[in-house]
Design a protein around this ligand. Structure first.
Ligand SMILES: NC(=O)c1ccc[n+]([C@@H]2O[C@H](COP(=O)([O-])OP(=O)(O)OC[C@H]3O[C@@H](n4cnc5c(N)ncnc54)[C@H](OP(=O)(O)O)[C@@H]3O)[C@@H](O)[C@H]2O)c1
Length: 216
């Protein structure tokens, strides 16, 4: 599969590239192609040192969108609209959103836009034919890059497009010990996104690391 990661130089983007680039062709996108090439070279080197051949390249965000059959929007919610306003070519593509709109006061809290969730706001920002899927919302980024660590979590996946959801669930299940679960239509993405501040608060108040969820 060809996967383009918008904001791929960040924590989640790099983590996904580490775990997916041996099975799939990855374009790590950035506003700054040089930065993306450095991140890509580091990813390839790290994987090579672990005996894994990576298919990974640095790119602009637009090149990542043009390349991918699947696009991951690995950027903060507050940069979503301005980033999407600068990009074209999402028609008929699968777009994965791991985006959690979160704010912080004494603790972390879910701070969704008026549409109800980051995933639902994408319906307003992307062409109608874009196949939006929410996934990877509830796993801490640092675990992704620790290649010797099993990712023993469930990944709740939401979409209104059954075929796109199945493709993304297949992608999830290829990674480590991740377990994709169908969490229903995109309308349910607000519940999945809101699990992340819960996780962050549990980690903070209980001095725990890498808190996650597994559904049995
Ligand atoms: N971090 C986690 O543990 C975690 C877990 C689950 C879900 N998520 C979600 O995943 C998404 C990405 O999180 P992250 O931690 O990977 O984010 P991040 O590292 O803070 O940022 C990702 C990328 O966004 C780009 N960026 C920064 N400022 C920007 C701007 N003003 N306009 C456009 N792009 C900008 C940067 O890429 P360039 O400078 O190269 O363009 C950066 O590498 C978030 O929505 C978050 O809610 C995160």
């Amino acid at each position: 599969m060809k996967i383009g990661i918008v904001g791929g130089t960040g924590d989640i983007g790099q983590g996904l590239a580490h775990r997916l680039s041996h099975n799939h062709e990855i374009f790590i996108g950035s506003r700054d192609k040089e930065k993306a090439c450095i991140v890509s070279e580091c990813t390839v080197k790290t994987l090579y040192e672990n005996g894994i051949e990576a298919k990974c390249k640095g790119a602009t965000n637009q090149e990542a969108v043009d390349f991918g059959d699947v696009i991951v929007l690995s950027i903060n919610y507050r940069h979503l609209k301005s980033t999407l306003d600068s990009l074209t070519g999402f028609e008929n593509k699968i777009v994965i959103t791991p985006i959690n709109p979160i704010s912080k006061s004494d603790c972390f809290y879910y701070d969704p836009p008026k549409e109800g969730s980051a995933a639902l706001s994408l319906k307003e920002l992307l062409p109608e034919s874009t196949r939006i899927v929410s996934a990877f919302n509830n796993i801490a980024a640092n675990r992704w890059k620790q290649l010797d660590t099993e990712l023993d979590y469930s990944v709740a996946v939401c979409s209104d497009d059954a075929e796109a959801k199945n493709i993304v669930m297949g992608l999830v299940n290829e990674v480590s010990n991740l377990n994709a679960v169908d969490a229903g239509p995109l309308q349910m993405s607000s519940i999945v996104e809101s699990i992340t501040p819960l996780i962050l608060n549990i980690a903070k108040y209980n001095e725990m690391k890498d808190v996650g969820v597994r559904f049995f």
